[in-house]
Ligand binder design. Structure first.
Ligand SMILES: C[S@@+](CC[C@H](N)C(=O)[O-])C[C@H]1O[C@@H](n2cnc3c(N)ncnc32)[C@H](O)[C@@H]1O
Length: 320
């Protein structure tokens, strides 16, 4: 019999406190920034799903191609009985893994988006009658405590989401993931790869404007949760490639000089005309870099697979 359990690891007011702290800190500094996790309310999660279907947004298709081709090898190499997925979203591509892992007992999707977890979990237990699904509403950067489930444990972090962490944050995050693993457990990591600038920029600035709407959704979240008066039309969506850092940045550029009031923080924030608020970085990777970051976290990268066109990589790293 399948089971579906959702656990909130932090009380709801802790989430609001975290948003307040991020807005206060991020909008009072130069340049202004907000962390990308605040895109993902129910509407933001829906917009992200639309992004994954856009012609310009190749990462989802490329990663799915690798999963389809390599799921059996991943199953053989890990023998996983518990699959933990960080930033699981719709868990759509994960189905290829769930279908391929013969010994799987429990799936633990972890996400800040309660709506995404609930929808995905309900669909999955209908499709997998013997699977236990234990969803965690949690921030994967916040020191996770996982339920006690049978090993070996495979932690999956797909979609290139690791690229949203800055290099120092990534090192801290990977070290914390390592503490979730015992010898013989593994990390399956999806990383988007460095490539032609125009392909990268188009993936974050699609012709239909879905990514622009996703980017501006963070303003709607701050309006709703903190009573702010951002007008999303006052901002232009910007996606640019930083060749030195090898990351894409998404920004929101003020179309004119303006002031935004945020009553819950008793704050008024001035934007100069053309001033930009950074909402996301999305780092792109190379094989040697990923291998090195894994080693620094105490993990040994044993497999590196790319799609046919070499756009995206999945790597498997073992805890020894
Ligand atoms: C780029 S989407 C990827 C979704 C899915 N894994 C895929 O590959 O299509 C990032 C996902 O991570 C979640 N997320 C972002 N930051 C998070 C955080 N700090 N803690 C937990 N989940 C987070 C979002 O809600 C979203 O579902």
């Amino acid at each position: 019999m399948s089971t579906f359990l959702v656990t909130r690891t932090l009380p709801e007011d802790a989430t609001e406190a975290a948003l307040r702290a991020d807005v206060l800190h991020g909008l009072n500094r130069t340049p202004k920034t907000l962390p990308p996790k605040w895109f993902y309310d129910a509407h933001g999660s829906e917009l992200f799903e639309k992004i994954t279907e856009l012609p310009e947004y190749y990462p989802t298709r490329a990663e799915r191609e690798i999963l389809v081709a390599r799921a059996a090898e991943i199953a053989d190499a890990t023998g996983a009985r518990t699959l933990v997925e960080l930033g699981s979203g719709s868990s759509d591509k994960t189905r290829h893994l769930l279908d391929a892992l013969p010994a799987l007992h429990t799936y633990v999707p972890v996400d800040v988006s309660e709506s995404a977890l609930t929808q995905a979990g309900q669909a999955l237990i209908a499709e997998h009658p013997s699977l236990a699904v234990h969803a965690l509403i949690a921030d994967f950067t916040g020191g996770l405590t996982l339920p006690g489930t049978p090993g070996p444990r495979l932690v999956a972090f797909l979609g290139g989401t690791i690229g949203n962490l800055l290099p120092a944050e990534r090192a801290t995050f990977l070290a914390s993931v390592r503490t979730l693993l015992s010898p013989g457990d593994a990390l399956l990591l999806g990383t988007d790869l460095v490539k032609d600038e125009s392909v990268l920029v188009d993936a974050y600035d699609d012709a239909a404007g879905v990514t622009a709407a996703f980017n501006k959704n963070v303003l709607s979240v701050v309006n709703r949760e903190l009573g702010a008066d951002f007008d999303p039309d006052d901002f232009a969506h910007v996606a640019l490639w930083d060749a030195e850092e090898e990351w894409i940045e998404m920004r929101l550029r003020a179309r004119s000089r303006l002031t935004v009031k945020i009553p819950a923080l008793d704050l008024a924030v001035d934007f100069a005309a053309g001033e930009e608020l950074r909402t996301e970085v999305s780092a792109k990777f190379r094989e040697d870099g990923v291998r090195g970051e894994m080693a620094a976290a105490g993990l040994e990268m044993t497999h590196w697979w790319t799609d046919e066109e070499g756009r995206f990589a999945l790597s498997l790293s073992m805890a020894r």
